[in-house]
Design a protein around this ligand. Sequence first.
Ligand code: PCA
Length: 211
Amino acid sequence: MTTVLLTGFEPFGGDSFNPSGAAVGQVAASWTGSAELVVDVLPVAFAGAANRMRELIARHSPDVVLAAGLAGGRTAVGVERIAVNLLDARIPDNDGEQPVDEPSTPGAPAARFASLPVKRIVQELGGAGIPAELSHSAGTYVCNHVFFTALDAAPAPSRSGFVHVPWSREHAPTADAASLPFADIVQAIGIVIDASLSDEDDLRLPGGAVH
Ligand code: PCA
């Protein structure tokens, strides 16, 4: 049986809603795929989230790990390509911890690449009319830590990766803030899972950033 581990996050930073956590619950509620889907909402806490990710991977041995988080201000779904082995928190996490210039996993390489077909995912999201981009930085906060941890704990042949979602239109902090309808965020996560489950290779299309 193929197993997919899908995670989102609880709210943080003063927001009362995190579309990533809400969306993974919605994906689970409407899941009809043949893979077993394990869903969890992680705390926005460096230690708690990474420990939980390691526990979930150890318990379920997933074939695909997809973690999702909120990147408020982004205009598109960001398919993350690189996790860095660095914690540098601009704001305290929900437990009040604020690590500065510490490794995500001591002794591990400086960075790891997502093992999902990231370019194919961006293309499939775009084909469904959902704004999407390849992103070369997941930041240095809890999301990057969870992303790095997932790649560390579920190396190939598992496929592991991270997507950052914009604010949902229904819960954006201001009317003119960049956002996507919540339903599109839910749909996007489903598309990412389907593309990750396909055994097709990634696309060899230019997708890098000039700056
Ligand atoms: N976004 C934060 C942490 C939790 C979330 O949803 C981040 O990008 O690190």
